[in-house]
Design a protein around this ligand. Structure first.
Ligand code: ADP
Length: 286
C-alpha cells in the first residue's frame, strides 16, 4: 500500500464562538484517491477542508503531508499542495482580471515571471478559458467564474484538490463540465476530495466515502458499503442513491439476482438487466 499523502490525527477545532466544529478527526488520505465527503450542513466538512490547507489551525491534533508534520514554518508546503475550490466562486475570486486572478497563487509562491505566465496560460487552456484572459472575472457567468476558480488551483499544481460543494448552483452543462474536469484530474493522478449533498454523484464517482456528523467521521468506506447501511444514512441525514435503491428493490422482489458489487452507474445497471433477461433461465414476471 502506498504512503498516505495526508495523515490526520485527532484533529480538534472550535470557532471563537465556541462551536466545536471538529471533535477528534483521524483519517489517512492516499495519493490518487477519489473521495466524496458527505453529511448534513454544519457537520464539519468545510472546517475540515480549511484545516487541511492551513487556512485554519487546529487547537489539538496534527496533520502530516507526505509524512512531515505541518507546523507554522512549513505551512507553505501544505498551502501549495492542497488547493481548495470554494463553493462560492465570488468569495474566492479577488483580482480584477482573469490573468491576475489565476497568476495570484503562483505569484505568492515567488515563482519566476515566465513560470507564472506559463502556468496562467496552461491553466486557462486547461479550463477552456484562454479567450477570457483580459476580462474582469466578476463580469463572467456563474459557470465561467467556477472555471476561473478551478483554474486558480490548476495553476498552483496542487497534488491534492478539494472541491467544497462544487455542484451547487451549476446548471446541467456546467455540472457536466465539472465532471469532465474531474475525470482529467483523475487521469493525471491527482488526489481529489469533494464535499457534496448529491448522493447519486457521490455513489457513481467516488471510490471512498467519508461520512461526517457533528464534527466526527462516523463512517468511511466504499460507496456500496456505506450507502447500504441505513443506520448511517439516518444518522447523517442522507438519502440512498436512487440507482442503489432501485437495485435493492429489484433484488428484494426477485426481479434481479444479487451480485457481489452493485451497479454504480446507468451503464452497469443496464448491462445487469440485459444479462439477466438474456439468461436462458430467465422467467419474465407476468
Ligand atoms: P459543513 O461544511 O459540513 O456544512 P461547517 O464546517 O461549515 O460544516 O460547520 C461546522 C460547525 O461550525 C457548524 O456548527 C457551523 O455553524 C460552525 N461554523 C462554521 N463556520 C463558522 C464560523 N466562521 N464561525 C462560527 N461558527 C462556524
Amino acid at each position: 500500500m502506498s504512503e498516505p499523502i495526508l495523515s490526520i490525527n485527532e484533529l480538534y477545532y472550535s470557532y471563537p464562538n465556541r462551536t466545536d466544529a471538529l471533535c477528534g478527526i483521524s483519517t489517512e488520505i492516499l495519493p490518487g484517491q477519489k473521495i466524496a465527503v458527505v453529511g448534513s450542513n454544519g457537520a464539519g466538512k468545510s472546517t475540515f477542508f480549511l484545516n487541511l490547507n492551513g487556512v485554519l489551525h487546529a487547537h489539538n491534533g496534527e496533520i502530516r503531508y507526505k509524512g512531515t508534520v505541518i507546523n507554522k514554518k512549513n505551512l507553505t508546503e501544505l498551502r501549495k499542495n492542497v488547493g481548495i475550490v470554494f463553493q462560492d466562486a465570488d468569495n474566492q475570486i479577488i483580482a480584477s482580471t482573469v490573468r491576475s486572478e489565476v497568476g495570484f497563487g503562483p505569484m505568492n509562491l515567488k515563482l519566476p515571471k515566465e513560470e507564472i505566465l506559463s502556468r496562467v496560460e496552461q491553466a486557462l487552456a486547461y479550463m477552456n478559458l484562454s479567450e477570457f484572459i483580459d476580462r474582469p472575472p466578476h463580469y463572467l457567468s456563474g459557470g465561467e467564474k467556477k472555471r476561473v476558480s478551478i483554474a486558480d488551483i490548476i495553476a498552483m499544481k496542487s497534488e491534492v484538490i478539494i472541491f467544497d460543494e462544487p455542484m451547487a448552483a451549476l446548471d446541467p452543462i456546467n455540472a457536466q463540465m465539472l465532471e469532465d474536469v474531474l475525470f482529467k484530474l483523475e487521469q493525471e493522478g491527482k488526489t481529489l476530495m469533494i464535499s457534496t449533498h448529491d448522493v447519486d454523484f457521490a455513489y457513481r464517482w467516488a471510490e471512498r466515502i467519508l461520512v461526517f456528523a457533528d464534527g466526527n467521521i462516523i463512517a468511511d468506506g466504499e460507496p456500496t458499503d456505506i450507502f447500504s447501511q441505513n443506520d448511517i444514512l439516518t444518522r447523517a441525514n442522507l438519502k440512498k442513491p436512487i440507482l442503489l435503491q432501485l437495485y435493492e428493490t429489484m433484488v428484494h422482489n426477485r426481479m434481479l439476482p444479487e451480485i457481489s458489487s452493485s451497479p454504480r452507474n446507468l451503464v452497469e445497471f443496464q448491462t445487469l438487466i440485459e444479462n439477466h433477461c438474456n439468461n436462458p433461465n430467465f422467467v419474465p414476471v407476468t
